[in-house]
Design a protein around this ligand. Structure first.
Ligand SMILES: C[S@@+](CC[C@H](N)C(=O)[O-])C[C@H]1O[C@@H](n2cnc3c(N)ncnc32)[C@H](O)[C@@H]1O
Length: 263
């Protein structure tokens, strides 16, 4: 694997905040979910729907502690905190995202329930078995999967649920796409078939892998309006490049939600 350069990932997300992507995406730095119940939803509405689908899979009680590993500007954390009444620690590698997350939490009156820090999710500043649940919500593909899951295993309590929402490769994924994703977007995609062994060796039982490609990747291109491009162009600011990137993603990647339980 190419080496993962944390500074470059931080810079990519800092730049995204400076560029104002947050306004377009209304705070959701992940893809949307469209099915027969919301075919006309905007990108932001569908992204919020996706967060709700993740929240519905979270098994946590009010007052318990949850970790959001790669939290963006904290919007999914805040939605979860409001839905479940749990306490959330979110970590992002981007200082601009962390500042914005704290600001948004204060505005929403959620500063007591959410706490956002800048740092590396592979080195969580906490004791072993600190959390009752956690997720990597479209973030683990920026990390070494094995190390990230090892650290999640360390910080979760036995019986805790871990959710992972991420892109995964198809049998037809091209080498060129993989290379461009690594070089320009710092994305390291794996295959869903890698998950059972990865999870098992670091102390998780795999509960399920939910393939949601048809609700996430298939509608991506038709749904994306020219003013809501959320992936910056490769090598150029040309808009057609952005659409090509999205087309490449939708052709080359599946999308899965993995549910696992810490042994
Ligand atoms: C596509 S965004 C998803 C953000 C958020 N989970 C959401 O759904 O809106 C990826 C996130 O992963 C974070 N990230 C990437 N590598 C990281 C690392 N090693 N440690 C902590 N955060 C990381 C980025 O800072 C960014 O916040």
């Amino acid at each position: 694997m190419n080496s993962i350069k944390l500074e470059q990932i931080a810079k990519m997300y800092d730049t995204s905040i400076e560029r104002g992507d947050e306004v377009i995406l209304q705070g959701h730095f992940h893809v949307g979910y469209w099915d027969e119940t919301n075919p006309n939803a905007s990108f932001a509405e569908a992204a919020e729907r996706f967060t709700q689908i993740m929240i519905d899979k979270v098994d946590i009680q009010a007052g318990e502690r949850f970790c959001d590993l790669g939290c963006g500007i904290g919007v999914p954390s805040m939605q979860l905190a409001q839905a479940k009444g749990c306490f959330i620690d979110g970590i992002t590698i981007s200082q601009s995202q962390q500042k914005r997350a704290q600001q948004l939490a204060a505005e929403a009156g959620l500063s007591d329930q959410t706490h956002f820090i800048v740092g590396n999710a592979l080195e969580m500043p906490c004791e072993d078995a600190s959390y009752h649940g956690g997720w990597f919500f479209e973030s683990i593909y920026h990390m070494d999967h094995r190390k990230a899951l090892q650290e999640a295993s360390r910080i979760l309590k036995p019986g805790a649920t871990l959710l992972i929402a991420e892109f995964s490769t198809r049998p037809t994924t091209t080498e060129e796409f993989i290379a461009v994703s690594k070089e320009y977007f710092h994305c390291f995609f794996i295959n869903e078939e890698d998950y059972p062994e990865l999870l098992d060796t670091v102390g998780f039982d795999l509960i399920e892998i939910d393939d949601v490609t048809e609700f996430v990747m298939t509608p991506l291109i038709p749904k994306l309006k020219s003013d809501s491009e959320y992936i910056q162009p490769i090598k150029s600011d040309n808009k057609s490049d952005s659409r090509n990137n999205l087309r490449n993603m939708s052709e080359n990647l599946k999308y899965i939600i993995v549910t696992a339980q810490k042994r």
